[in-house]
Ligand binder design. Structure first.
Ligand code: GAR
Length: 202
């Protein structure tokens, strides 16, 4: 059984979906740690309620990013973590963590990368007037949402969509695609493969 950490900064709906999938056996892993860079983020209370240990610290309270990541790494080692899933962790991963977990860190992003990397991807897709956006799972490298793509699923943008209505449909897809993809990766099936499926036909 793999020992996995989830990194998150905010609400934690993907964290919850991953924990649920691990508990049910869909993902062959145990979530043994939540790493959060925003004290007070709702995801912290969710982890505590689920009995999952939390490392929560604001990076600005460390001398620099490397020192923050060394503290994170110490907790990851203490928990024997071998795989990391970023779930709304709004911070670039630095060399300290990347070198410690080569090709062992994945991220979820709410667009069809390489379109709309970075923050506010859902609002920017809506503003750009594209008709299809979606969800991407990718390996993490040193760039912003730029590592090799593992899985993508399209979400159609509907007439009259707002950031709220579109976010809600994207989240629904995320909560299915992330556990499915983690299950596939952690079973070591086709680890670098790409899947593509439309959410609906149009
Ligand atoms: C998710 O939509 C995730 O794709 C996005 O943050 C949200 C977190 O929601 N991540 C990024 O934008 C990364 N660049 P959650 O806290 O409810 O899981």
């Amino acid at each position: 059984m793999r020992r996995m950490a989830v990194f998150a900064s905010g609400t934690g709906s993907n964290f919850e979906a991953i924990v649920r999938a691990a508990h049910s056996g869909q993902i062959p892993a145990e979530v043994v740690l939540l790493v959060c860079d925003r004290p007070g983020a709702p995801v912290v209370a969710k982890a505590q309620a689920a009995g999952i240990p939390v490392f929560v610290a604001a990076p600005k309270t460390f001398p620099d990013k490397a020192a923050y990541e060394r503290a994170v790494l110490a907790r990851l080692h203490e928990k024997d973590v071998t795989f990391i899933a970023l779930a709304g962790y709004m911070r670039l991963i630095g060399p300290t963590l990347l070198n410690a977990y080569p090709e062992r860190i994945v991220n979820i992003h709410p667009s069809l990368l390489p379109a709309f990397p970075g923050r506010n991807a859902i609002a920017r897709a809506l503003e750009a007037g594209v008709k299809v956006t979606g969800v991407t799972i990718h390996y993490v490298d040193s760039g912003i949402d730029s590592g090799p793509i593992i899985a993508q699923r399209a979400v159609e943008i509907l007439e009259g969509d707002t950031v709220e209505t579109l976010s809600e449909r994207i989240h629904r897809v995320e909560h299915v695609l992330y556990p499915e993809t983690l299950a596939r990766l952690l079973k070591k099936e086709n680890p670098m493969g790409i899947t593509y499926a439309k959410e609906r036909m149009f």
